[in-house]
Design a protein around this ligand. Structure first.
Ligand SMILES: Cc1cc2nc3c(=O)[nH]c(=O)nc-3n(C[C@H](O)[C@H](O)[C@H](O)COP(=O)(O)OP(=O)(O)OC[C@H]3O[C@@H](n4cnc5c(N)ncnc54)[C@H](O)[C@@H]3O)c2cc1C
Length: 412
């Protein structure tokens, strides 16, 4: 049987949930269709051994202007304002204060060169200095930030995010994924239902789904770029430019390995150490996040790809070797892996977050542009400046919902 609604939202991640919240209470019939059996997409908190662990987003980036900060607070969740320990090296292990100062200078100089690149050079790697001893660290940082090697990242895109970032980063004690999913309470959501095709018949949108067709006056499509660029969801040929834009904004890689730490002794809460500050193939280790007996390794870009190639046991062994290199071999006896992510294997997502390929930063606007006042696009990749992040996803979801309302003659 065909279901008929005013607005169909494809995907119940941060963007879809934000869009549905914007449309709630307008009197429109709205349904959110989610392929997975859970909500949240890349916002995903799992409780392991009593600890709420974020597999995806964990930080309220630009927390002082991030809408999820207020939403989490309003819903009674605890926003933690402890500053992140990024850029610190606990105990100066394997990284002397003088080297850290040199590395900080190298990062600052790299960021200046990124801004000064000539118009015809847009690979972020063009701003590297041949032979600079901190190029590995710069690649590791690109891994965390972009999920990709600098050679694969548009310099203009990279700078746009940096310029918009307020530098304030907070967390949600109960988990950021949990906060985003909690915000979906009361919305009309169908899970375990995949949208396989979207057509634009006169006056509306028709969605083929694994549970039958849905006819809508408007639809908001929020799937990740790698999903959109693949053949998993069929769009009319006239929308090939959307698929091409999505392909210009591929998902990078970012993954986590979390260890339970037997006894907190020797580790200060909420500190950090980089495994090898001279290599791109390294992780950053958040020690005792929230004071919990945990060490959380984070790997992006080149390092995440390398871990992916090592498989589960190899990735964990790599992390243990890095931690033993930092804290001595005795640490091995105190660590037990309790979580490892592989976002390439997460169905209906397939990666971490979008980065624009060199020369392709304009693809974000192409992807975000509405089609004929009835098909709207949202999701982190559609944000002009807050891409990669859940607040960007929120902004694009809210904007798409507002545009859909206006198109349906209900602009408010
Ligand atoms: C390891 C990691 C760390 C991160 N850290 C941070 C962080 O600290 N702070 C931050 O702000 N952001 C972070 N992010 C990014 C953040 O999680 C994402 O930007 C955000 O969650 C994306 O939301 P979205 O709604 O755009 O996309 P998604 O979350 O991908 O939502 C899209 C939804 O569409 C569904 N879907 C796909 N195909 C179909 C289909 N055919 N039919 C129906 N449904 C479909 C998917 O299942 C998914 O639920 C991180 C991400 C990762 C992976």
């Amino acid at each position: 049987m065909t279901r008929t609604v005013d607005v169909a939202i494809v995907g119940a991640g941060a963007a879809g949930i934000a869009a549905a919240r914007r449309l709630a209470g307008t009197g429109l019939r709205v349904v959110m269709i989610e392929a997975a059996d859970r909500l949240g997409g890349r916002a995903w908190t799992r409780t392991v051994e009593g600890h709420p662990l974020d597999l995806g987003c964990a930080w309220l980036h630009s927390g002082d202007r991030n809408p999820w900060t207020g939403i989490a607070t309003d819903r009674g969740l605890a926003v933690d304002r402890t500053p992140p320990p990024w850029g610190e090296q606990a105990g100066d292990r394997n990284f002397t204060p003088a080297e850290q100062a040199e590395a900080d200078d190298a990062i600052a100089a790299f960021q200046r060169r990124l801004r000064d690149l000539p118009a015809d050079r847009d690979a972020a790697s063009d701003a590297l200095e041949a032979g600079n001893p901190w190029n590995g660290l710069l690649q590791a940082v690109s891994g965390y930030v972009n999920g990709a090697a600098l050679e694969r990242v548009s310099a203009r895109d990279h700078v746009a995010y940096d310029d918009a970032d307020t530098g304030v980063n907070w967390r949600v004690r109960e988990g950021m994924g949990a906060a985003i999913v909690d915000a979906a309470a009361g919305l009309d959501i169908v899970t375990g239902t995949r949208v396989t095709a979207i057509d634009l018949p006169a006056g509306g949108v028709r969605l083929e789904t694994s549970a039958g067709p849905v006819e809508a006056r408007a639809a908001i499509l929020t799937v990740a770029t790698d999903v959109l660029a693949s053949a998993a969801l069929r769009l009319p040929r006239a929308l090939d430019h959307k698929r091409e834009a999505a392909a210009d904004l591929p998902l990078g890689l970012a993954d986590k390995i979390v260890f339970a730490l037997d006894g907190p002794a020797g580790f200060e809460a909420d500190t950090q150490a980089v495994g090898n500050p001279r290599s791109a193939e390294t992780g950053s280790y958040h020690l005792r996040p929230f004071g919990r007996p945990l060490i959380e390794g984070f790997y992006g870009g080149i390092a995440a790809r390398m871990l992916h190639g090592l498989g589960e046991a190899g990735a964990i062994a790599f992390a243990l070797d890095e931690l033993a290199g930092l804290f001595g071999t005795e640490i091995r006896r105190r660590l037990r892996p309790i979580l490892r992510t592989d976002w390439t294997a997460v169905p209906f997502v397939g990666g971490a977050y979008s980065h624009a390929l060199p020369g392709r930063s304009a693809a974000r606007a192409v992807l975000a542009a509405p089609v004929e006042g009835r098909l709207f696009f949202a999701g982190e990749a559609c944000s002009a400046v807050d891409f990669t992040a859940a607040h960007g996803a929120h902004a694009t979801g809210t904007a798409a919902a507002g545009a859909a309302l206006a198109a349906l003659g209900q602009g408010m």
